[in-house]
Design a binder for this molecule. Structure first.
Ligand code: PLP
Length: 388
């Protein structure tokens, strides 16, 4: 097998088949002409190959999907118009009304919002669980558990969950495990190799890496992905546009390079934050307890979180004192981005549940960019000093 640095540039595409164009062509079309009426009929019945309509499939998007399937070690990938598009399509396809969904104790705000909506509309039983011990996991599984849904690192608390342990237990009960791998990307963590069933991404983040696309990806077995493609993706229709797929293919070429720099920078910033008198605690993979980190992550990633000494107003005062570090949600861009989860990305979660997840008003999430880390630290340090 080739190395990820090579796969992220080449896999899924043969230039010779497309007039030698080394850059993947953008098939900016909504529909495809059939060779004849009979060919149209065969295309719809599945007897003939070829494209029908871009919501069902598009050659530029196909290349991205093939590349992502290889990178995550799955059989088939599906691209979506957003990370939430991917997550909704997967969760709706895997569940029926009144079933139980077991989740990590911490979820991106809109994933939490989606699950709450499924609870209210379809009678789902959604349970956020502490996955730290085997006993707790077994205890939480019910007869009607349809799916286990995990973020690791958890957004934004950076808690890690042992994917190998969970997938081993889930297999005994025949429950699919879905992992949101947005923070790590396949360069740092490969959940399918650890026994998990489906990987989802907000490709808006590191996979694209340049802050100019909203996109999602889901990867899994051919059988599961075929079903999602023909049901929830096709019928709900949160598909990715060909141009956005092209931007993602361009971003992917530098994924390993970018990730290494993000990791170098974030590790140095985490170490500096730990020494600052106005910082209460720093959360970064491998920093406190490296047990799970060493089992499943290649490096710590570019996101970290920290509690400042103070309340919401001090957090806002700190953010307002920054100069080039951008106060903005999202992560994985070249620019360093910083946000206040309690009032931004996780504001939809009721305060009590937020506190239970470890999201205090003093918590800050930082996506360390590709700038020189000393410049980033200087900006953070000067702003933190204003809290004294
Ligand atoms: N998953 C995680 C971990 C995220 O951080 C986000 C967005 O911030 C999403 C999913 C949703 O992705 P999108 O904004 O591309 O819909």
């Amino acid at each position: 097998m080739k190395k990820i640095e090579t796969m992220s540039i080449h896999d899924g595409y043969d230039a010779k088949q497309l007039l030698g164009s080394v850059s993947v062509p953008i098939f900016q079309t909504s529909t495809f002409e059939f060779q004849s009426a009979e060919h149209g009929e065969k295309s719809f019945s599945g007897e003939a190959d070829g494209h029908i309509y871009t919501r069902i499939g598009n050659p530029t998007v196909d290349v991205l999907e093939k590349r992502m399937a290889v990178l995550e070690g799955g059989e088939r990938a599906l691209a979506f118009g957003s990370g939430m598009g991917a997550i909704s399509a997967v969760l709706i396809a895997l569940t029926k009304a009144n079933e139980h969904i077991l989740c990590s104790n911490g979820l991106y705000g809109c994933t939490f919002g989606l699950l709450k909506m499924m609870e209210e509309k379809y009678g789902m039983d959604v349970q956020l669980t502490d996955f730290t011990s085997e006993e707790k996991i077994r205890h939480a599984i019910k007869e009607n558990t349809a799916v286990i849904y995990i973020e690791t690192p958890v957004n934004p608390t950076m808690q890690l969950i042992d994917l190998k342990k969970i997938s081993k237990i889930a297999k005994e009960y025949d429950i699919p495990v879905v992992v949101d791998n947005t923070f790590s990307t396949p360069y740092l963590q490969r959940p399918i190799e650890l026994g998990c069933d489906i990987v989802v991404h907000s490709a808006t983040k590191y996979l694209n890496g340049h802050g100019d696309v909203i996109a999602g990806i889901a990867i899994g077995t051919e059988e599961r992905m075929d079903e999602i493609a023909s049901t929830t993706r096709n019928n709900i229709g949160a598909v990715l546009a060909p141009f956005d797929a092209w931007l993602l293919l361009r971003g992917l070429k530098t994924l390993p390079l970018r990730m290494d720099r993000h990791c170098d920078n974030a590790k140095k910033i985490a170490a500096k934050l730990e020494t600052h008198p106005n910082v209460e605690a720093v959360y970064y993979p491998g920093l406190d307890d490296p047990t799970v980190y060493k089992k499943q992550m290649h490096r710590g990633g570019g996101v970290l979180a920290f509690d400042i000494k103070g309340d919401k107003y001090n957090a806002q005062q700190f953010l307002n004192a920054l100069t080039f570090v951008k106060v903005a949600v999202s992560l994985g861009d070249a620019e360093t981005l910083i946000e206040h989860p309690a009032t931004m990305t996780h504001a939809v979660i009721p305060e009590e549940e937020r506190t239970h997840m470890g999201i205090k008003d003093s918590l800050i999430r930082l996506s360390v960019g590709l700038e020189h880390w000393e410049d980033v630290w200087k900006d953070l340090e000067v702003a933190l000093d204003t809290l004294s």
